[in-house]
Design a protein around this ligand. Structure first.
Ligand code: NDP
Ligand code: 2IT
Length: 446
């Protein structure tokens, strides 16, 4: 083998992709788990899976020009990373956020490859987006931006090639504008995007799926210790799609969510966020410019400016905002305060050191690629409804979602059990990897 050790391999990744720290972090986490599985397998080594799996099939970068409300011409960068298609067409969200760059999208697309594999569906991995900032933009500006973005993206996607969906800054509204433009350019009505409106091919439960799935996975983890969700106090970060529906399912199942946040700070509601209060948050956050601090004013609770919620005592913590939002200091605060479960609703919200801390302390830690896979799983179910042209009922989709989360959980247990402890990071990485690697071997050097 050309690498002396795992660290030798990882050093070459850092050298090759100097400015892509988030990508290094994601690769290091996966390689840390799969190194021995990969290097002991003769077929994987002959096919050089290790070198091949960390390089995207292609990275597309393009100009997105648009006209703002003052008639000024603006330009953003658009991206689509088509990472791996060994088990299905590329699938993964689009993120619109000023922090978006190639390294961030490569980490997200790389994670998506393993996440999609874990769902058991035939979905390859991809991710895309733009450094466009939807905050402070009018609806018309967002529409013009989405149309221009699709003016280029359309030539790279298709229902059997690459099927984007939402992520940070992209929800039903943006998917609508992009779908409309794709249909106009191609003159085909197809399931080329997921997260569509239910009038035009969207699946019931898709908006809820990531948050609901996260809670189902949390329950599965608790059950391994004969514990249950009811009565547990839960801290949540974020107040967007994933955070809102995680909160909703927690309320329904008798847990007590006490925090929500955004990039300005967090609110702490010690009495618990109720469904009525959550409906207020959903309406408030219809506008991406609205701030969660409004909740504090309305319900007379405390708002902590420029802080995250990990100092609040809880049984369960669900980071649902963004990458690296929970570091070692936060992790120590959580375990010191008695937190027994951390499940990642966001992609890679915990830093490497924070993850190691949780595993050292042997608490239940659910990595994003397993715990937040419910969203892409229901996207897969939306695709199959588009193909059959038969929409499923709410309960049918919810049952399929539960079944997929159960299956992901048992894959993690199968591949991650270590002397009475489940290392979900290893379980998810190895479980996701084996299916991809076997498929790559089957298909030869392509
Ligand atoms: P939304 O745009 O709906 O909400 C994002 C939330 O996170 C907002 O509250 C936002 O606050 C906060 N946030 C974003 N960036 C930052 C930041 N840099 N610092 C602090 N807070 C921040 O996105 P989603 O809920 O869809 O996505 C949240 C996470 O879940 C992401 O990591 C995403 O990749 C992941 N995910 C999403 C899935 C989906 O189906 N949507 C599926 C699986 C994972 P503000 O309004 O101030 O920006
Ligand atoms: O990170 C993710 O899994 C998503 N943003 C959802 C992807 C999808 O295709 O539904």
């Amino acid at each position: 083998m050309k690498y002396k050790s795992k660290n030798d391999f990882l050093n070459t990744v850092v050298d090759k992709y100097k400015d892509q720290q988030e990508f290094h972090q994601a690769v290091e986490e996966v390689i840390g788990s799969i190194w021995s599985t990969a290097t002991k397998n003769k077929k994987y080594m002959q096919a050089n899976i290790l070198d091949r799996i960390i390089v995207p099939d292609r990275s597309i970068i393009f100009r997105v020009p648009w006209v703002d409300d003052n008639n000024n011409v603006q330009v953003n960068l658009g991206y689509r990373i088509q990472f791996n298609s060994s088990i299905g067409p590329y699938k993964g969200g689009l993120r619109f956020h000023p922090s978006v760059n190639l390294g961030i999208l490569k980490f997200l697309a790389f994670e998506q490859v393993f996440k999609n594999s874990l769902t058991g569906l035939n979905l390859g991995g991809g991710k895309g987006g733009s450094n466009f900032d939807p905050k402070g933009k009018s609806d018309r500006e967002i529409m013009r931006f989405c149309h221009s973005f699709m003016d280029e993206l359309f030539r790279h996607i298709g229902r059997r090639t690459d099927i984007p969906a939402g992520d940070i800054g992209v929800g039903a509204k943006e998917i609508g504008y992009m779908f409309g433009q794709y249909k106009k350019i191609k003159n085909v009505f197809s399931g080329v995007l997921t997260g569509k409106g239910t009038n035009w091919g969207g699946s019931l439960i898709r908006p809820e799926a990531t948050g609901y799935g996260l809670v189902y996975f949390t329950i599965n983890m608790l059950e391994t210790q004969d514990d249950a969700l009811e009565g547990k106090t839960v801290t949540i970060s974020g107040s967007g799609n994933v955070a809102q529906y995680a909160c909703e399912k927690l309320i329904e199942l008798g847990a007590k969510p006490v925090t929500l946040s955004d990039s300005s700070g967090f609110i702490y509601d010690p009495d618990g966020i109720t469904q009525e209060k959550l409906e207020y948050v959903k309406k408030l956050k219809d506008s991406r410019s609205a701030r969660i601090s409004e909740y504090a004013k309305k319900y007379k609770v405390k708002f902590f400016a420029n802080q995250n919620p990990w100092s609040i005592k809880c049984d369960i913590a669900l980071p649902c905002a963004t990458q690296n939002e929970l570091d070692l200091r936060d992790a120590k605060k959580l375990t010191k305060n008695g937190c027994i479960v951390v499940a990642e609703g966001a992609n890679m919200p915990c830093t490497k050191d924070a993850v190691h801390h949780f595993i050292d302390k042997k608490i239940l830690f659910g990595p994003g690629k397993a715990a937040n896979a419910g969203g892409v799983a229901v996207s897969g179910i939306e695709m199959s409804q588009n193909s059959t042209r038969i929409p499923l009922k709410r309960e049918q989709v919810d049952n399929l979602l539960k079944g997929i989360m159960d299956k992901i959980h048992s894959t993690c247990v199968d591949f991650g059990s270590q002397k009475g402890f489940v290392n979900y990071v290893d379980g998810a990485n190895i479980g996701g990897f084996v299916r991809i690697a076997d498929s790559m071997v089957d298909q030869g050097v392509v």
